[in-house]
Design a protein around this ligand. Sequence first.
Ligand SMILES: Cc1ncc(COP(=O)(O)O)c(C=O)c1O
Length: 438
Amino acid sequence: MNELTADEIVDLCLKHTLYDWQQQGTTRPIAVASARGSEFFTVGGKRYLDFNSQLMGVNIGHADPRVAEAIAQQARTLPYISPFMATEVRARLGQKLAELMPGDLDKVFFTLGGAEANENAIRIAKAVTGRNKILARYRSYHGATYATISLTGDPRRWGNEPGMPGVVHVLDPYHGTQRGTDDAATALAYLEETVMLEGPATIAAFILEPVTGTNGILIPPEGYLQGVRELCDRHGILLIADEVMSGFGRTGEWFAVNHWGVVPDIITMAKGLTSSAVPLGAVGLRPSVYRYFDEHVYWGGLTYNSHPLACAAALATINVYEEDGLIDRSRKLGEVMAGHHQELSDKHASVGLVRNLGLFGILELVRSRETMEPMAPFNGTSDEMKAIGKYLDDRGLFTMVRWNQIMTNPPLCITEEQLAEGFAIIDGALDAADAAVA
Ligand SMILES: Cc1ncc(COP(=O)(O)O)c(C=O)c1O
């Protein structure tokens, strides 16, 4: 299929295009030719099992023919029209999302991806409240634009500072393998104190990932999100749920907030909305928020707002979630995943913590279960974690190995056999990691 060799592709990509988040001189990407379901194939023909849905976004699986056909049909009739027009795909997708979003959220603004969705969410929050400051959490990722990298708490922010003024970061309930997780009351007391010290009337919104993604698949302690909702209500602070990663079945619900019955004022989504087939994001709003714009100008816009190709891809993708029962499947396979996690934890001394909600999962490796010292430091790596990454890659298991963590976030269409296959490979990788345990 490819006319260039794998080396030619990689060399040209490196020569003429810039790669994300790394020194260009040290990276050597995989030349990928095709993908299907939970697998992808290199130009050389090597098969990879995708245990991270790429960037936790290919939720329905790769290259679904139903989505491909919808995109092709839209491309033949109306690939693009200005966002000032009305189209049937935009109408239908807006209506469908109104049905799927939690509570009374029933209007969306379409963007190209997650960062733009968050960017518009905070613009809306500032306009509607007339306040300037935004609360965000340290263990978070909200995007790489100027504003959203400022909201981001993780170390990817450091190289982008100074960023947007007015962002206040707060600690999460989770404090790492050694300090563990606060209960909801403790976490909320700290949050309330921060709000008081910052001045509640200066804070427009609190943005958070209901289940944090790249920063560790952090599932909030029971009562935390409900408490955040109550605190925001008490102070007129809008709650923005960033569901760019946790939405669309990843946790076994359409949106992660549904696990706790919490309705945010604003919800952002991308990735799973089109299963990453075409770039699309959205900002969902409840009437108490969007009514403001009935009488005020919305000072925002995008050439590709409501792009017909992307809307068609999203409608077809949502249809696949429904037709194949993928949201329920994520919940059920989540139990299977929890079983695999437990088995690895029972067998390997290097497994310090395991977590998952639906097919959103992670293993945290430690050097000792007594001290819970992580197998790699915060924002760093170690020989052991590098060896694990290489072991998985050699055996065709694609996933994210970050710091002391191994992610387990396969497409929701993965079979139980494929899930077992992936965990068997991780099992093998952990043998070497155990040797490093004190
Ligand atoms: C929670 C969350 N928010 C926002 C983003 C940014 O999305 P995008 O890369 O589409 O701009 C991401 C991307 O990983 C994310 O995980």
